[in-house]
Design a protein around this ligand. Structure first.
Ligand code: ADP
Ligand code: MG
Length: 397
């Protein structure tokens, strides 16, 4: 999709105004309102969602905005950035239809109808400064702002509390799984709809229960700009290997395997590759628990220890789960050499972004070191963002 990103220097007010302007230019007149939802970054807990474990994502300040007006028919007109206006009939939406980015938007309306809610057509104009395809979940951001808009415009009554937002998140996930056709867990949508400013969410991926833990620190995101092929096949293979290990261990999900005496327990897994995959999952869940406990200390949190957990997570993803790549490893190593407290790949792997936990005000030399390491190798320069924990989806105008 071309030109779907706003400039990175925009403030939320600019983006709200930009969404209104785009609405007026595309459809004429005023929207009924403007809603926005953030991208997210996962602090720690990678590939554990489909194993029923704990993850620790947070919303980021970058957001996607939707200026929306309700229509009286079942037509959806939508535009994003400098795309052409697309028109979709709600009754034509279903698994695999429509294709391309409109699926993320009308998929949400479809999923809400599937869940028994009454919705209808709309005119929707989207602006965003969430980088797309960087592993920061621009997909959940676009789904979540549309879900919140639809909730309010059709009086579904879900956006006002966490239980309702949980239902909206389920609809967004279903849109992505079934209409877009991407087999993702529910972490991204939970972070975007249920996130809280200054906090990360400790999310239990089996129950979708959330604990908010304070996160008042700066996090450096390094978008490697690398995207390696075969990601879908590798993802499916990892899921299969985890299922195989769970089967050998006699548990439903790997989250059911206790972390104590792990090496002995894992002897029950016959395939050595599946054994290493399970080792990552069980140790990663333990690292998430420890990270959340550290952050719960608030201002007294031991950031050095949190950093060590980040780095241990990366090593486990690199060596046991084998989902890293050279670009991620070089970013992590350069960040650590330049003084980061810890660093790790974040997201599914094989490219995307890394995160580094940095002392306040000390990200400059770390960015320089990563950029220099990439230049030395003649790689595309990485993009970096210094973020704090942002707010969840909201109505802005
Ligand atoms: P990520 O969620 O990590 O950014 P995904 O591949 O899951 O990567 O989602 C990216 C896709 O979501 C884009 O290719 C596009 O189809 C859709 N998308 C995300 N944000 C927007 C937007 N602002 N406008 C139009 N489409 C978007
Ligand atoms: Mg996504």
């Amino acid at each position: 999709a071309r030109g779907i990103l706003g400039p990175m220097t925009t403030t939320p007010a600019d983006l709200t105004a930009a969404a209104r302007d785009l609405f007026d230019a595309s459809f004429g007149g005023e929207p009924d309102g403007v809603w926005s939802a953030p991208g997210r970054v996962n602090l720690i807990g990678e590939h554990v969602d489909y194993n029923g474990g704990l993850v620790l994502p947070m919303a980021i300040p970058q957001r996607t905005h939707a200026a929306v007006a309700r229509r009286d028919d079942r037509t959806v007109r939508l535009v994003s950035g400098d795309s052409d206006v697309q028109t979709v009939q709600l009754d034509a939406v279903g698994p695999g239809t429509p294709g391309d980015w409109p699926a993320y938007v009308v998929g949400v309306l479809w999923a809400l109808e599937q869940a028994g809610h009454t919705v209808g057509g709309a005119d929707i104009a989207i602006t965003s400064d969430v980088p797309s395809g960087a592993g920061l979940s621009s997909s959940a951001a676009i789904e979540a702002c549309v879900a919140l808009a639809v909730d309010e415009l059709w009086g579904l009554g879900l956006g006002g509390d966490d239980a309702g937002r949980r239902e909206l998140a389920t609809a967004c996930q279903r849109a992505e799984n079934e209409v877009v056709g991407a087999p993702t867990g529910g972490m991204d949508q939970a972070a975007s709809l249920r996130g809280r400013e200054g906090h990360a969410l400790e999310l239990d991926c089996r129950t979708m229960e959330v604990e908010h833990v304070p996160f008042a620190h700066e996090l450096l995101i390094i978008d490697t700009r690398a995207h390696h092929a075969l990601v879908d096949g590798q993802y499916a293979a990892r899921r299969r290997q985890c299922e195989e290990a769970a089967h050998d261990l006699g548990v439903e999900l790997l989250a059911d395997v206790p972390a104590d005496g792990l090496d002995e327990r894992l002897e029950a897994v016959s395939d050595p590759v599946a054994r290493r995959r399970a080792h990552h999952i069980v140790t990663e869940i333990a690292r998430v628990e420890r990270s959340a406990a550290i952050l719960a200390q608030g201002p007294d949190a031991d950031l050095a220890e949190l950093g060590r957990l980040f780095t241990a997570s990366h090593v486990s993803l690199r060596d046991d789960f084998e989902v890293s790549c050279d670009e991620l490893d070089v970013a992590v190593d350069a960040a650590l050499s330049a003084g980061a407290l810890g660093a790790r790949m974040t997201g599914g792997g094989f490219g995307g972004s890394a995160v580094a936990l940095v002392h306040p005000g000390e990200s400059g030399p770390i960015v320089d070191a990563v950029v220099a390491a990439y230049r030395e190798r003649d790689w595309t320069a990485p993009r970096t963002f210094l973020v704090t924990a942002g707010a969840g989806a909201s109505r802005d105008a």
